[in-house]
Design a protein around this ligand. Structure first.
Ligand code: R5P
Length: 289
């Protein structure tokens, strides 16, 4: 097995390659003056190749991973796996307003056609239960909960674990139980792309809370959760997200709302990265699922 990385995902790919004791190669990327992309791989590819690219800010990156899969098969690869620590377009999993696409299915069809297997961390699956329903190949979303629970056990003893909405309940419960911490889940109303209201009721007494969510995009969810915690008299608030998307202004919004420390998993390279997920992918690659 050989790990092949796009330059923007080299750090994660390096950690993965070390964890599975596989060679790491960088593919060569070229941008033509007109904005089109070309990728080049070793013309004698390994039988099983793992392409690593995280897919935040996804549109040009997605086409380039498709080019990489094509180049690798032409170079002799028999099995091509995509490791996308962050997988985009998962939230548009239905037509919310007439005239819209189901972006999750469009992405799924495209990736399933190019890759034998797709692995990601904590895909935002809401109306579908498994990633295979969205990407019809050997696709698997791996939970970040074990890595988060390990971090909480070491760094956040006695904190209350807070999930901002019902969707976060299963893994906030898992993290709380695995770390031996109290946990609670709020109720979220989304009023617009950048406006949400998180309601927290019946909170247990706590001095410190850690709000955990899969994604911070506008930052509105974490900011609103922090404000609700402050209202309940909990002043020491940290926040952890799996995927550090952070649209412009998000971190400031979160900080202004009272979050003391903002941390993230390393699925998207970002200064807040504190929790490593490559070992989770390594275990899945070494297993058979
Ligand atoms: C949505 O259900 C997700 O779990 C996140 O809560 C959401 O995407 C965060 O977005 P924002 O930072 O824009 O509130």
């Amino acid at each position: 097995m050989t790990v092949i990385a796009f330059a923007d995902s080299r750090a994660f790919a390096g950690r993965l390659a070390r964890a599975i004791r596989a060679p790491l190669r960088l593919l060569r990327e070229h941008r033509f003056p007109d904005g089109e992309s070309l990728v080049r791989v070793d013309p004698r590819a390994a039988r099983h190749v793992v392409v690593v690219r995280t897919l935040d800010r996804p549109d040009p990156k997605l086409f380039e991973v498709m080019l990489a899969a094509d180049a690798l098969r032409r170079a002799g690869a028999r099995q091509v796996t995509l490791v996308a620590p962050y997988l985009p377009y998962m939230r548009q999993d239905k037509v919310f307003e007439p005239g819209e696409p189901v972006s999750q299915r469009v992405l799924g069809a495209m990736l399933a056609q190019a890759f034998d297997r797709v692995l990601t961390i904590e895909a935002h699956l809401h109306r579908v239960r498994t990633l295979r329903e969205a990407i019809p190949c050997r696709a698997r979303s791996i939970s970040a909960a074990p890595a988060l629970a390990r971090w909480m056990r070491t760094h956040a003893r006695e904190a209350l674990v807070v999930g901002p909405d019902a969707e976060s309940a299963p893994w906030v419960r898992q993290i709380g139980r695995a770390a031996g911490l109290k946990w609670t889940v709020g109720r979220k109303e989304r009023l617009g792309d950048r406006t949400v209201r998180v309601h927290l009721e019946g909170l247990p007494a706590a001095r410190r809370a850690v709000v955990i969510d899969d994604i911070a995009s506008s930052g509105a969810t974490l900011a609103s959760a922090a404000k609700a915690l402050l209202k309940h008299g909990i002043a020491e608030i940290d926040a952890i997200v799996v995927h550090a998307i952070f649209a412009p202004g998000a971190q400031q919004l979160i900080r202004r709302a009272g979050v003391r420390r903002m941390l993230s998993c390393d699925t998207i390279a970002h200064p807040t990265n504190a929790i490593r997920c490559a070992p989770l992918i390594a275990r899945a690659l070494e297993g058979s699922s």
